[in-house]
Design a protein around this ligand. Sequence first.
Ligand code: DOR
Ligand code: ZN
Length: 359
Amino acid sequence: MVQFDHLPSGLFMQSITLKRPDDWHIHLRDDTYLERTVKDAARYFGRVLVMPNLIPPVTDVNLARAYRDRILAHAPDHFTPVMALYLTDATTTDTVVAASQSGFTPAFKLYPAGATTNSAFGVNAVEAMFPIFEAMQKQDVILSIHGEVTDEGVDIFDREAMFIDTMLTRIVTEFPDLRIILEHITTKEAVQFVSAASAKVAATITVHHLMYNRNDMLVGGMKPIHYCLPILKRDIHQQALIEAATSGDASFFLGTDSAPHPRHAKESACGCAAGCYTAHAAIELYAEVFQNEDALDKLEGFASEYGADFYRYERNPDTITLEPLAWQVDESLTFGSDELIPTRGGETVQWKVTAGERS
Ligand code: DOR
Ligand code: ZN
């Protein structure tokens, strides 16, 4: 709902009240990092889909239950972590059945081995997983995919489009009833694929892929803060993502992929950990993007409805309100005993949550 409040000065201030949003893709990490990540995520999200790429990874329902308990120890009431399980070459159909029955593990995350952070335990040959996909289809468990090929010969900017061509098309054809989420899409090819696919296929879109393109990362020198995987692409892809997110098409919904790394791991002389931290300001940043497109009326569907519908949860019963109030993001955040540089650190954000925050 978009409201126009009449101010005494005669100016109009537009506030937005949304059903409480959910984040369908987040990395909360573990141990001492949970204090920061859970507090930020729980401030305004009702549910979050927690990624399982810990070391060792969260591969079954028991590990997920224990991880969920560690998260809940830092969470306010009513915050619901929903857990994704990590698919490995050794995942069994029994694990799929257990996931389907648990009530809190609706999805398995497929990381092609070597594709991204902590993916070494991931899948080496996707075709070999087809019997598991069969079981997931039967049990109605969701397949959540990091959609990039890992072949060294494929250019890093082409890896998502190549995965769609060579692998995703096959999976969708062989398993037409399997619910699939192509996570953190970054290309116009992904937008086209998901738009054309059945309602069983959806995609999450991060706010950093909406705000930035590869020029932001590379022009004037490499900026580690923007390095994530799949990597930022050229502006035509960014534009396709913005159009998809603001279109009102229920196949596209909010998943931040907020993925914190300590400053020393992002700004090291050799190598840079992939991941952008956005949980401190996620819904406000999405609001900026939607406002720039004159599409604030589409934010509630994207942030609070389509993801819940796809996962078959009730939409959240309560609301949050945002107002166009500028505020400055801290330059640096505490992160256990480390330092974390947040996206837009030291810069101004144009929207602020003024009601519905939890602490
Ligand atoms: O940039 C990323 N960071 N992409 C991923 O797929 C994983 C994530 C992480 O866990 O840091
Ligand atoms: Zn992720």
